[in-house]
Design a protein around this ligand. Structure first.
Ligand SMILES: [Zn+2]
Length: 165
């Protein structure tokens, strides 16, 4: 009798475990194949408008920089600022990274990349410290960025390459 109960017990655990596994698999699948949650997209747009406003107020730059949320970026990159051969400036945010923390993407990564983009707008193309120069840092701070550390080790400034995400 006891053994039988024990069997049921393990059987239930196995079933629950499988259900949980399928559930998390579906969640991951949905995340990969659907656009970001509307609420998050709205927050990104609000932050984008705010950054546009700040760059006008602080630097007199009145320019809408395209912002693309991409799921084709390498996982290690949170975001990037790109300057293409024909002079197009864009900001990319890695969709995969929104899964961990959308707040981090919006309040840390976005102003950081926005500052790189404004460096391009101003015509500063220094590769000093991977684009994390003192000038970049000043702009980042003016944009109320949280992540304006100059000593970061990622390659988020992409110039002149023909392949974009
Ligand atoms: Zn950077």
């Amino acid at each position: 009798m006891f053994l039988k109960r024990l069997n049921y017990f393990f059987l239930s655990i196995t079933i629950l475990g499988s259900i949980f596994l399928v559930y998390s698999w579906i969640n991951t699948y949905n995340f990969k194949n659907n656009p970001l949650d509307e609420k998050i997209v709205k927050k990104v747009k609000e932050k984008q408008y705010y950054l546009e406003k700040l760059s006008y107020q602080k630097f007199g730059i009145n320019r809408k920089i395209p912002l693309i949320i991409s799921d084709k970026m390498p996982s290690k990159l949170f975001g990037a600022a790109t300057y293409s051969k024909n002079g197009q400036i864009s900001i990319y945010l890695n969709k995969k990274r929104f899964k961990e923390s959308s707040e981090y993407m919006i309040n840390d990564v976005l102003p950081h990349e926005y500052a790189h983009a404004l460096m391009f707008v101003k015509g500063y193309f220094t590769d000093e410290n991977g684009g994390h120069s003192k000038q970049w840092q000043n702009i980042c701070i003016e944009l109320e960025g949280i992540n304006c550390n100059r000593f970061v080790d990622h390659d988020d400034v992409i110039m002149g390459k023909s392949i974009f995400f």
